[in-house]
Design a protein around this ligand. Structure first.
Ligand code: GLU
Length: 303
């Protein structure tokens, strides 16, 4: 039997915080329990926010915590041409189209429609206004002329066409995590599996390539999980809704689908998500304040 493959996939947009540490430690525990591999992937597709010093800090923080990953870590910025080719294939199949709308234009159009209809403005699972599909209706020849003239554009999936090609029903295989025994009271192991329905249509026509890079988080994550042979994805519950879209992309592109576990988010004392209050909970600050890796492991529930 092939060994299970786990991964931790941070974005170098800021310092790692306790929530990242929890995710990484849980991946480590589960990989160890299953005799699996543990990979690191640096999700550095955002040219504006990814910084080399933050990549170095990720390696430093993880090593300080005592976490060991296979080397070298995969960096998404080294695979942009692979993502670009996938976008090209989806466009050639008529399943993706260029979108010239700015965020402001989309927000204005959604608001105007809400006022006209008297119904609340629809939003996607991340809370962004649901794209009304304006650029889907631009004739292909005109869209090409605008692109060739250098008009900034994203690429969006044409959800209706995609669902015609890959009607589903789409589903996600999930697994529970339970406290294990034998390695001390606080080790974790894989629990029962389940199948959950996925509803990718709630994302509308999602962006699969940004203006500045030929991919989005969603496309890169499914392509890389497949390229790295990931069998078990363990990540925060804030990405659960995204997994619906990932299941669709896997079906569409013909990629294997890992099993998923979305863990509860670590919150600060006021109950806020840590990403929102990163400063105070950054591992680097806790370390500077005298916390040890052991005390952090224990405070997060790891032996
Ligand atoms: N790079 C993403 C983040 O830092 C996580 C991606 C994933 O685990 O699928 O939030």
């Amino acid at each position: 039997m092939t060994r299970p493959v786990f991964r931790f996939a941070p974005s170098p947009n800021g310092r790692l915080h306790l929530g990242h540490a929890y995710s990484a430690l849980l991946n480590e525990d589960l990989a160890r329990d299953m005799g699996g591999r543990l990979l690191l992937r640096i999700e550095d597709i955002d040219p504006g926010r990814s910084r080399p010093d933050l990549v170095a800090a990720i390696h430093d923080d993880l090593a300080w915590l005592g976490l060991h990953f296979e080397t070298p870590a995969r960096r998404q910025s080294a695979h942009l041409e692979t993502y670009r080719a996938a976008i090209g294939t989806l466009a050639a199949r008529g399943l993706a189209y260029p979108c010239f709308c700015s965020r402001g234009i989309i927000a204005g159009a959604v608001q105007a429609e809400a006022e006209r209809s008297g119904r609340p403005a629809p939003s996607d699972p991340d809370g962004a206004p649901l794209y009304p599909g304006s650029c889907r209706r631009i004739p292909a020849v005109e869209a090409r002329t605008r692109r060739e003239a250098g008009a900034p554009h994203t690429w969006r999936l044409d959800m209706a066409r995609v669902l015609a090609v890959a009607p589903g029903p789409h589903a996600i295989r999930t697994f529970a995590v339970e406290a294990g025994e034998g390695r001390g009271p606080l080790a974790y192991r894989i629990g029962a599996e389940a199948v959950e329905p996925a509803d990718p249509a709630r994302w509308g026509d999602p962006v699969i390539a940004r203006r500045d890079v030929p991919t989005s988080y969603h496309l890169a994550v499914v392509m890389d999980d497949a390229a790295q042979g990931v069998t078990h994805v363990v990540r925060g519950a804030d990405l659960r809704a995204s997994t619906d879209l990932h299941a669709l992309l896997q079906a569409l592109i013909g990629l294997p689908a890992p099993r998923y576990h979305h863990h509860a988010l670590i919150r600060d004392a006021s109950g806020a998500k840590l990403a929102k209050s990163r400063g105070s909970q950054a591992l680097a600050d806790l370390r500077a304040a005298g916390e040890s890796p052991d005390s952090i492991r224990r405070s997060l529930g790891f032996a």
